[in-house]
Design a protein around this ligand. Structure first.
Ligand code: C2G
Length: 138
């Protein structure tokens, strides 16, 4: 059983997240995901639209994801890798080099990000739409 591990906020899920999760899962037999807690996001200077509980249910509903656990801090990855017996750590290449220290414990694999999509862009588009939107709940 080859376990792959990855981490993220996964707020407002989009194709970039799905591509990452699908490709990470394809590297092994199961994928476990460290989902950033709301408090940890605050520390990353990221405010997620959906809270941890919502983001967890969404992530657990994805066929590529086998288990979701909370990411509380930057220091927990080594313990998580040992706890889950992960043999591959995966992140998008925007993190290239940042987690090379984990190669002492497992393979570190950075995958190309999906271009032209991000949660930040989606939020920005929604805020623009929000300003001009009419209430069409009639
Ligand atoms: N991602 C991607 N393509 C995008 C957007 C995101 O491949 N267009 C990847 C990121 O590279 C990351 C994962 O999807 O590997 C999750 O992205 P975020 O939710 O933005 O997570 P992040 O804030 O990068 O948190 O300890 C690590 C951190 O928790 C990572």
């Amino acid at each position: 059983m080859k376990t792959v591990i990855t981490y993220g906020t996964f707020d407002i899920l989009h194709i970039g997240h799905i591509n990452l999760l699908r490709r990470a899962r394809a590297l092994g037999d199961r994928l476990v995901v460290g989902l950033s807690s709301d408090e940890f996001n605050h520390g990353k200077h990221k405010s997620s639209l959906l809270n941890y509980a919502n983001r967890k249910v969404v992530l657990e509903s994805i066929r590529w994801v086998d288990e979701v656990f909370p990411e509380h801090d930057w220091e927990q990855k080594i313990g998580d890798i040992k706890k889950y017996g992960a043999s591959i750590f995966v992140m998008g290449h925007d993190w290239e080099g940042k987690f090379d220290f984990l190669s002492e414990f497992c393979r570190v694999q950075y995958l190309p990000r999906t271009e032209d999509i991000s949660t930040t862009e989606i939020k920005r588009s929604l805020s623009i739409v929000g300003k001009g939107a009419t209430d069409d709940r009639s």
